[in-house]
Design a protein around this ligand. Structure first.
Ligand code: UT7
Length: 348
């Protein structure tokens, strides 16, 4: 029995949906905006293009609501059936209220519990770990987790070191008691606030509220010391992935898919190599979507859904601002080909 006398249930992902804005920002276009080139961006990051949300008054909630609506339609879930909504985002519509509150209202989910998780690029894994607990204890039956980021809102398009990397997007999953015993088995989440110096937004929070000077000094954008973050990202993503494999008695040959946060193709390749996984067992979308922060992992699942088979073993792994990092071990709970064919807005 779990908390509140509920029976423990295995939580499982039973559906996934994604949303990407229409506007494509190519490397060629960026090369007209800052001193960069398609060759540099492709060789150093693996990114060819990314999506940008255009339209006045549209925030992360817009993309998240689209993803959640698609998810509910696809899985045949009535809004009234959803018990809880968790949104992972670093680009909330407002400082308050939470973006999750807005999404729940936009989608018509009623007065359910909804809240945001801030764990930067690891946000989706953090949110999945929380959602899993609600389902495992029986406190909730259907939980929606959505990772959504409008990174273009906090990117300085005069800074070539950051503007080439990020994109906008949202991905949502439904988590509910497993229909067949497959599902989410384990999650590890970690953080180290000392990493803040390498990756943060300098102003706009309570420590340095916005004023004319912070705006003039361009302090409301992502500040990243790329090389330092790069080193930590490879070390920590591989470390946490291997930790979760060891404690679940998994060998590399048992893993069908690594689903890594998409920050840099070189980080993805180095992590896979450290884990002993060939690249044909690694999900990669970075070339077409860039780094969409909390949305990268659900967008990978959505993009590869048709290749996912019931029982496939997946390791999700992420690293991001905080620093935060984490990994999940799950087995896929449904036939992705059938679900993906029936409903699938696909970009590839
Ligand atoms: O998702 C959240 C966590 N974030 C990450 O995991 C990102 C981790 N970091 C990275 O992916 C990489 O560090 C970057 C892609 C951000 C940068 O790649 P790098 O190979 O580490 O480049 P660097 O920052 O060490 O810069 C190398 C050179 C510098 O020139 P000098 O000083 O050697 O003359 C930069 O000024 O490349 C220059 N550079 C660029 N050149 C052309 C930096 N950005 C660009 C650019 N185009 N866009």
């Amino acid at each position: 029995m779990g908390a509140n006398g509920h029976t423990e249930k295995r939580p499982a992902i039973t559906g996934v949906y994604g949303y990407l804005p229409d506007h494509v920002l190519t490397n060629a276009e960026l090369a007209r905006m800052v001193d960069t080139s398609d060759t540099w961006i492709t060789e150093r990051t693996g990114i060819k293009e990314r999506r940008i949300l255009k339209g006045e008054g549209l925030g992360a909630s817009h993309m998240a609501a689209e993803a959640v609506r698609g998810l509910l339609t696809k899985t045949g879930t009535a809004p009234a059936e959803v018990d809880l909504l968790i949104c992972a985002t670093t680009t909330p519509d407002f400082v308050f209220p939470s973006t999750a509150n807005l999404i729940a209202d936009m989608v018509g989910l009623g007065p359910i519990g909804s809240f945001d998780i801030q764990a930067a690029c690891s946000g989706f894994i953090y949110a999945v770990s929380i959602a899993s607990q609600f389902v495992a204890t029986g406190q909730c039956r259907k939980v929606v987790v959505v990772g959504a980021d409008k990174m273009s809102a906090i990117i300085d398009y005069t800074d070539r070191a950051t503007c080439v990397i990020f994109g906008d997007g949202a991905g949502a999953v439904l988590i509910e008691p497993s229909p067949n015993g497959e599902g989410i088995f384990d999650t590890v989440i970690r953080s180290d606030g000392a990493g803040m110096i390498h990756l943060h937004q300098k102003a706009g929070g309570s420590r340095l509220p916005p004023n004319a000077e912070t705006v003039a000094k361009r302090m409301h954008y992502v500040y990243q010391e790329g090389a330092a973050v790069y080193k930590f990202a490879i070390a920590k993503m591989a470390e946490v992935a291997s930790e979760i494999m060891v404690r679940n008695n998994l060998r590399a040959d048992m893993i069908r898919w690594l689903v890594p946060h998409q920050a840099n193709r070189r980080i993805i390749e180095a992590t896979a190599e450290k884990m002993g996984l060939p690249m044909d067992r690694v999900m990669v979308t970075i070339h077409k979507f860039g780094n969409t922060t909390a949305a990268t992992i659900p967008l990978c699942l959505w993009d590869y859904e048709r290749q996912l088979k019931t029982g496939d073993r997946l390791i999700l792994a992420a690293f991001g601002g905080g620093f935060t990092w984490g990994a999940s071990y799950l087995t896929w709970a449904y036939d992705g080909a059938a679900a993906g064919q029936k409903h699938g807005q696909r970009l590839s």
